[in-house]
Write a protein that binds this ligand. Structure first.
Ligand code: GLU
Length: 518
């Protein structure tokens, strides 16, 4: 039935419309961004439309600031929606709380068709049911076909009594009446045929006492009204599929149901990747820093940790997908070109932070200096009084980018270009220090105080000649010079450093280091 529906649908040549439907309840997790990315890639590949719909019907879980944060994250990633609360569009409003009146009529229709019923049970009554009706074979009873006739609803009460309660304004919810014994199924784009036995399923609430729909009703109504053709969502939503199938069958026709793709979980070192994993193993789990307004507690994000958005998207795409080759580095355009649902794996994908940093390192290495310049200026904002030209900054970036896994490493890798090293590893020099070496370096100070050529190669040549004059090997002198200039055994080529620092600073740093040596 579903497959037949697909052909009708394909034949109609509907324009692809996909949606990301977050609930504004907190930070945007990397699993969430991967769902956005797959939606986005599929939409762009098929010249379709990518929609963001805010699912805020659960007012108790609403977190102020979460919606704005979400759009900031998408902007940082470069995954701009075509339609949303912020982007407009002709299928709005894009916030479910503003569509409240739409859902009610469908709940009424479901009651008329016998697929839903009124339930008047108070929270206390439900609690009592859970203890009273528990049996060894059914220790934690749900509201389902086994117990529904023993509760207070329009199935167990007479029509007159139901009417009386409704007229008296008794609070109620509307629940789906799960069929007794039916097999429901659909063809998932990733997992293939999926079947559910309704006998094991409970009567989910569709409309709450405050008149707000639950996720189940709202998602079906909105996917219909927004003409969604494909829905990518996390695997955790798979158990909800039978409820949605029933609603589609009854309200809009199963042949119009979007094609679903349930994305595999992202696994951390201990099962499903969680915020706790991040705290425990020291890696970010959110796209950007998320500060919980209730506790004031901030959880680290990829942006602030020093990831490039290009690298972040690249590594997310490869969590559960590949293009069938060994290729690992993809630009967003390349991802759009090569994306296909068939190549998404159904098994959980392992997040490995070392691999994530590898992606970032590759991206930093490949990025032209002008792409990295804004990050560089941000890292060195306080040191701008050094007065380096943009050209010189670009040169520094080219010299150090290979050495940075994270953008935040720029500070350590390039800091010595801006300020004299705070400490100098004199112990590493002192071990093989000699009076000849001291004399050599005194000569080198004089060289840098004179008319020094700007070319690194010329400086190196002069260095070698001077070494030979002192009967020293250049190899024995390069490491001490490096340490004098940068403080330790790291950094790019020594004469690349001296040419950027300039002769005066070079001479000053050598002279200072000599005062610390025997
Ligand atoms: N509101 C759901 C969520 O927060 C959306 C699930 C779906 O895409 O159907 O993830």
């Amino acid at each position: 039935m579903v497959a037949a529906g697909w052909f009708i649908f394909a034949a109609m040549g509907k324009k692809v419309r996909v949606r990301f439907a977050p609930s504004p309840t907190g930070g945007l997790h990397l699993g969430g961004v991967r769902t956005v990315l797959f939606n986005y890639l599929f939409a762009k590949k098929n010249k379709g439309t990518f929609i963001v719909r805010i699912e805020d019907t659960d007012q108790r879980r609403f977190v102020p600031g979460a919606e704005a944060y979400l759009f900031d994250c998408l902007r940082w990633c470069g995954l701009e929606p075509d339609e949303s609360v912020q982007h407009g569009g002709s299928f709005g409003p894009y916030r479910q709380s503003e569509r409240k009146t739409l859902y009610r009529q469908y709940a009424d229709q479901l009651i008329e068709k016998g697929l839903a019923y009124y339930a008047f049970d108070t929270p206390e009554e439900l609690e009592k049911m859970r203890t009273l009706l528990a049996t060894p074979s059914n220790p934690s009873p749900q509201y389902d076909r086994q117990v529904r006739m023993q509760l207070r609803n329009s199935l167990s009460l007479s029509a007159d009594e139901t009417d009386r309660l409704l007229k008296a304004g008794t609070p109620y919810v509307i629940r789906i009446k799960m069929p007794e014994q039916e097999t429901l199924g659909f063809t998932d784009l990733i997992r293939g045929e999926v079947r559910f036995d309704t006998a094991t399923l409970d009567d989910k609430v569709l409309l709450k006492a405050d008149g707000m729909p639950t996720y189940h009703l709202a998602v079906v109504v909105d996917d219909h009204h927004m003409q969604i053709t494909h829905a990518f969502r996390g695997e955790e939503w798979l158990p909800s599929a039978p409820v949605h199938i029933l609603l589609w069958q009854s309200l809009f026709g199963i042949e119009n149901m979007p094609r679903w793709a349930h994305l595999p979980l992202i696994l951390g070192p201990e099962g499903k990747l969680s915020k706790r994993d991040g705290a425990k193993y020291g890696f970010p789990v959110f796209a950007m820093n998320w500060t919980d307004p209730a506790s004031g507690e901030t959880t680290e994000g990829f942006k602030e940790k020093g990831f490039l958005p290009e690298a972040f998207l690249n590594l997310l795409a490869l969590l559960g997908w590949n293009d069938g080759s060994e290729k690992e580095i993809f630009t967003l355009t390349e991802l759009i070109d090569s994306f296909s649902i068939e190549r998404i794996h159904s098994a959980g994908a392992h997040f490995d932070y070392e691999k994530a940093k590898w992606f970032n390192h590759e991206w930093i290495k490949r990025s032209p200096a002008n792409r990295l310049l804004p990050y560089f200026q941000e890292q060195f904002a306080t040191l701008s009084d050094v007065g380096y030209s943009e050209e010189k900054l670009t040169r520094i970036i080219e010299l150090v980018k290979e050495r940075c896994q994270l953008l935040t490493d720029l500070k350590e890798q390039a800091g010595f270009f801006f300020v004299d090293p705070l400490s100098i590893d004199t112990a590493a020099i002192a071990a093989k220090w000699s009076t000849e070496k001291r004399s050599f370096f005194e000569g080198l100070i004089a060289y840098y105080q004179g008319e020094t050529p700007e070319e690194a190669a010329q400086q190196e040549q002069a260095f070698k000649e001077k070494a030979a004059a002192f009967q020293l090997k250049p190899g024995e002198l390069l490491l001490p010079l490096r340490i004098m200039l940068v403080g330790g055994k790291f950094g790019p080529g020594v004469f690349d450093i001296t040419t950027v620092l300039g002769p005066a600073t070079t001479a000053r740093r050598i002279a200072h280091a000599l005062t610390l040596l025997p």
